[in-house]
Design a protein around this ligand. Structure first.
Ligand SMILES: [Zn+2]
Length: 141
């Protein structure tokens, strides 16, 4: 009983901690919804796909654009199939937002900039991506 209460409080705190980025994701998701996109909830994550989101993700400056992108407890995907295929990876990013909260995007972009300045790949060498790719293969997130 007490441990259920503690888990609920912890979940509330991590959702609150990541909420600024979640709200940005919901805003983009609503724009997607106004342009023909859809939303679904999977566990503690709101997933948005289609509409302007597909257009936006296809222009993310990594090879060929992004299939999906996590913002707090919201995940933006080009299609439902993309959300299904990338869910394990994106859930690792959700856990990273739960640890880093408001500081996740500055930390992620700071790592990317540092790597780029040192001649490394700002995406593939980024420790947040390396953790996500490593843990999605383990199936533990
Ligand atoms: Zn990733």
């Amino acid at each position: 009983m007490v441990s259920r209460f503690i888990r609920a409080v912890r979940l509330g705190l991590v959702v609150l901690w990541a909420s600024p980025w979640t709200l940005l994701g919901i805003l983009v998701g609503l724009i997607g919804g106004a342009t023909g996109g859809r939303m679904q909830r999977v566990g503690r994550v709101l997933e948005f796909h289609g509409g302007a989101i597909s257009w936006l993700l296809s222009r993310v400056p990594i090879a060929g654009g992004a299939s999906a992108m996590t913002l707090g407890h919201s995940v933006l995907g080009r299609t439902v199939a993309d959300l299904d295929r990338t869910r394990a990876h994106e859930l690792v990013h959700v856990a990273q937002y739960e640890r880093w909260g408001l500081f996740f995007i500055p930390a992620y972009l700071g790592c990317s900039a540092w790597l780029w300045l040192r001649g490394k790949d700002p995406y593939w060498d980024n420790p947040f991506e390396r953790e996500a790719y490593a843990r999605e293969e383990d199936g533990c997130n």
